[in-house]
Design a protein around this ligand. Structure first.
Ligand SMILES: [Zn+2]
Length: 220
């Protein structure tokens, strides 16, 4: 598989933006109407507050969409799969749903290059079932998931949580918390995260580390 370096431009989606504008306008109008009715019909404080929340939500949502560039579509330069993106002006990472290539950028997106370090754990690998192997350096210490050349000699327990679904009785008992020991350095905290939603997944700051981990654990 070749990874072309030509960036793909993110296209603004006027249809979707229009729908969202209408939505924010309806919410704002509803909020204004509730405030007027509260005054006329004497609904009191809760009426004013409810209307205010709607009005602020609608106007704020619209302003936020304008400020961050609205919604659009990006086409993967590798496999041409199209993905919907929000906040066009904001830098994002995105795993192509078609070919799993990691892309990065804002109004223009390109494949993530080797050696890339994300500011937060970003590059995800499904948690291998039945045990995890951590990539090691030549001297036997653990490679650092932050991408730093300073290796880790210690493992520390990390915890992943499942967001509880409020008001829903789970048909089966599903574990809500999962604990796991991961390479750790005091001067590089937050190099690896464990998430349980929707499936147990590890996320790493280092792109190279994530690839090495996936390869070692056969979890690509
Ligand atoms: Zn793709």
């Amino acid at each position: 598989m070749t990874t072309p370096s030509t960036p793909s431009n993110v296209r603004f989606d006027p249809e979707k933006a229009k729908k969202m504008t209408v939505y924010f306008a309806v919410v704002s109008a509803l909020g204004a109407a509730v405030i007027v009715l509260s005054a006329v019909l004497g609904w009191g404080f809760m009426g004013f507050m409810g209307g205010g929340v709607l009005l602020i939500g609608g106007v704020g949502g619209f302003a936020g969409m304008k400020a961050t560039g609205g919604v659009g579509k990006v086409t993967c330069p590798n496999c041409q799969t199209t993905t919907e993106v929000m906040q066009l002006n904001v830098h994002r990472y995105l795993a192509c749903p078609g070919c799993k290539t990691w892309l990065e950028g804002s109004t223009s997106m390109k494949p993530v290059e080797a050696g890339h370090i994300a500011p937060k754990p970003t590059f995800t690998v499904p948690l291998p079932e039945g045990g995890v192997m951590w990539p090691k350096a030549a001297d036997g210490s653990y490679l650092n998931p932050s991408g730093s050349p300073r290796t880790c000699t210690d493992l520390m327990e990390i915890e992943g949580r499942r967001t509880p679904v409020i008001g829903m009785a789970a048909p089966v008992r599903i574990s809500r918390v999962l604990k796991l020991e991961a390479p750790y350095r005091k001067d590089d905290p937050d190099a690896v995260w464990l998430s349980l939603d929707p499936v147990p997944t590890l996320a790493f700051r280092s792109f190279d580390y994530a690839r090495a981990f996936a390869e070692l654990n056969d979890a690509a």
